[in-house]
Design a binder for this molecule. Structure first.
Ligand SMILES: [Zn+2]
Length: 221
């Protein structure tokens, strides 16, 4: 039992602290610390999955993430970033308050935002303007989800399609939008990025207050 507790602790660390999501990664991480059979780790992981206590990242399909719903069903989502936020919140609750989680409700809202973008916007990145398959396009919050109030979180004016690269640069404050132009942080000295962001960005006036927040609070000039 003590051994199981230790392994559970390692499983927790492996994907909460170290961002390891596939069974293989989790197994390798554990096996470095305690010699154990892969079969045993898989069995433990499966047990957690059956009890709605774990997410699975599918390495083979690359950009698709699988998350467990409350009833143990596995659903698909390509919004890895949002999923990570959900998982963090879930683990905080699980670890400190031992409460059940409300993944189903949140996921439904986020799926709606993505569906809104799919149905109403061009399937291209708003910043670099390149066309991409949907698995590369992420529903990005202009004002970060974690900083938004309940209304802002699900306001369609607060989301847009960004490709994975633009999304990461934006979330890390390395680019922002100022007067409908992309402004780059002085720490970004890459010519190919400068060329990528020379054009005017087509955003609506309803997006602007959210960009202003990013400009002031997230952007690292
Ligand atoms: Zn882009």
């Amino acid at each position: 039992m003590e051994k199981d507790n230790y392994i559970n602790h390692l499983i927790f660390n492996s994907f909460y602290i170290n961002d390891l999501y596939s069974t293989e990664h989790i197994y390798n991480y554990i096996n470095c610390r305690i010699p154990i059979s892969k079969k045993y780790v898989k069995k433990l992981l499966q047990k957690k999955i059956n009890n709605d206590k774990l997410i699975v990242y599918n390495k083979k399909t690359d950009c698709e993430t699988y998350i467990l719903t409350k009833k143990g069903k596995i659903t698909r989502d390509s919004q890895m970033k949002l999923n990570i936020n959900i998982i963090e919140r879930f683990w905080k609750k699980y670890k400190y308050k031992n409460k059940t989680y409300d993944l189903v409700e949140r996921r439904t809202d986020q799926c709606l935002l993505r569906k809104y973008l799919i149905d109403n916007h061009e399937h291209r990145c708003k910043f670099c303007k390149k066309e991409y398959p949907l698995c590369i396009l992420e529903a990005a919050h202009i004002k970060p989800f974690s900083d938004s109030n309940q209304y802002e979180k699900y306001d369609t004016n607060n989301v847009l399609f960004l490709c994975s690269i633009c999304h990461k640069l934006y979330d890390n404050g390395l680019i922002t939008i100022n007067s409908k132009h992309i402004q780059m942080s002085s720490s970004l000295n890459h010519d190919h990025l400068k060329n990528l962001y020379m054009h005017k960005v087509d955003i609506s006036n309803n997006n602007i207050k959210y960009f202003n927040y990013h400009n002031i609070n997230i952007y690292k000039s």
